[in-house]
Design a binder for this molecule. Structure first.
Ligand SMILES: [Mg+2]
Length: 213
């Protein structure tokens, strides 16, 4: 008997790889409050538009950044007290209800020796903010985790993912002005792009990279 030919259909449960800081959580907003305390200065002296590394706030070296970051996480519960970026809960829940698998992928463990606090605060924040997810990955190289669609705000991560052929939606903010499409200003915009991408994947299964057997 002839073996049955496998259909080249994409997995119906597409995986969305979702970044946390700058995508679900307003990292710089809360960090700005903590930095004002750290430097003993008033909040309005610290600009709201910043770039990676926070030089606009007078953080000049990697060591200074790490000290501020350590203070923020261990003494001010940074990852538990971030504000949610509007729309994250609503649209991730919609996507989850529609069958997408939400995989949180974050690089929050990039400074050593307070991983327990960082992970614990992250899990509590996700539950407290009603963010639906099945997988939680603490990873630097996000493409190692695997997702059909990535949502990111870091220019470096976006460039790397796109270079390797991963469909990556940028959520626009002051750190990624130069990043091109696909890009959205809000979670509503992200939702529309994800839906269009899903249609395209099911129209042309080969774009998922699945080989015909
Ligand atoms: Mg980010």
């Amino acid at each position: 008997m002839k073996p049955k030919k496998k259909l080249n259909l994409p997995n119906p449960n597409l995986v969305i790889g979702v970044d946390l800081d700058g995508v679900c959580a307003d990292f710089y907003g809360r960090m700005r409050e903590i930095a004002a305390e750290w430097f003993e200065t008033s909040l309005d002296k610290l600009p709201t538009k910043v770039t990676y590394g926070l030089s606009e706030w007078g953080v000049d070296t990697k060591e200074q950044y790490e000290s501020l970051h350590r203070f923020a996480v261990t003494q001010r519960d940074l990852f538990r007290t971030l504000k949610m970026i509007p729309g994250a809960r609503k649209y991730l829940r919609k996507l989850s209800d529609e069958g997408f698998r939400i995989r949180i992928i974050t690089h929050r463990l990039f400074i050593q020796f307070f991983h327990a606090a960082a992970v614990q605060q992250t899990i509590e924040w996700l539950d407290n903010n009603g963010i639906p997810y099945w997988d939680l990955c603490f990873m630097k190289d996000k493409d190692q985790v695997g997702a059909d669609i990535y949502i990111e705000d870091s220019p470096d991560n976006i460039a790397k993912l796109r270079k390797d052929g991963h469909f990556t939606i940028c959520l626009g903010n002051s750190t990624n002005i130069e990043v091109g499409q696909p890009k959205a200003k809000s979670w509503n915009g992200i939702y529309q792009i994800v839906k269009r991408r899903k249609k395209l994947i099911f129209l042309k299964p080969s774009i998922t990279g699945v080989e015909q057997n």
